[in-house]
Design a protein around this ligand. Structure first.
Ligand SMILES: Cc1cc2nc3c(=O)[nH]c(=O)nc-3n(C[C@H](O)[C@H](O)[C@H](O)COP(=O)(O)OP(=O)(O)OC[C@H]3O[C@@H](n4cnc5c(N)ncnc54)[C@H](O)[C@@H]3O)c2cc1C
Length: 200
């Protein structure tokens, strides 16, 4: 049982199913951040220029996953066409340079060299050729379909060590519990132990 059908829950369903599990995914159908039409696959954060230790591996994994899904007949609109990061000034560029890992392919461009027109005022452009974009809703949908998971619309409202209760949902066969309810999970009850069982 997976609670939440965003990218975290859909990924969990996919890999659980690949490991042989029969998966049920419950989703409240609300505020799914993963449904952005064009999610950037970009290892360099906002204007801080920070790069998570696992960002490069995550980027490579994302592209491999998209190819794997397409190979199974689940196409996901995407473009591994690189990412351009406009940078406002020398100070910000120095901050980015401090954070860039040596194995992240990148190139600094002058604004007039940018392949896409920029609004005036940007001092530099950081080009990240390994990045790109992916249709978030299509990716979560492809993961869910490829997993063969049963998808149940419902909101988890309470749970104990032994069951999860969903608002307006009928009981179903108990299966191991897993939560991927995103940041909205903060509004729900406390996370149960991973050995708990579910009812939906
Ligand atoms: C406008 C916007 C743009 C973004 N752009 C990017 C980007 O370019 N690149 C990038 O990497 N990231 C981007 N992000 C961040 C990224 O979308 C999120 O980090 C990611 O989608 C979170 O995934 P998730 O599965 O944890 O949560 P979500 O996708 O939010 O999924 C959580 C799911 O859990 C369900 N749920 C919640 N509570 C319950 C409950 N009690 N019972 C049952 N179901 C429940 C909800 O219905 C929802 O479907 C963006 C976010 C936003 C909002």
């Amino acid at each position: 049982m997976v609670v939440g059908a965003g990218i975290a829950g859909a990924s969990a369903a996919y890999f659980l199913a690949r490991g042989g599990a029969a998966v049920t995914v419950v989703d409240a159908g609300a505020h799914t951040a993963s449904h952005v039409p064009s999610a950037l696959v970009n290892p360099v954060r906002g204007q801080s220029g920070g790069v998570d230790a696992r960002a490069l591996a995550g980027m490579a994994f994302t592209w491999a996953l998209v190819r794997e899904l397409e190979g199974q007949g689940w196409p996901v609109p995407h473009g591994q066409a690189g990412v351009l990061r406009p940078v406002p000034d020398e100070r910000a560029r120095a901050r980015f340079e401090r954070n860039l890992p040596p194995d992240l392919a990148h190139r600094w461009l002058r604004p007039e060299e940018s392949p896409e027109p920029l609004a005036p005022g940007w001092a530099h452009v950081l080009s990240l050729p390994q990045g790109g974009w992916v249709d978030g809703q299509a990716l979560t949908g492809a993961l869910l379909r490829a997993s063969g998971a049963r998808v149940v619309r419902g909101r988890a409202v309470a749970w104990t060590r032994h069951e999860v209760q969903l608002l307006d949902a009928a009981p179903c066969t108990p299966t191991p519990w897993w939560s991927a309810a995103g940041r909205w999970a903060r509004t729900g009850p406390a996370r149960p132990p991973p050995t708990a069982w579910a009812r939906c």
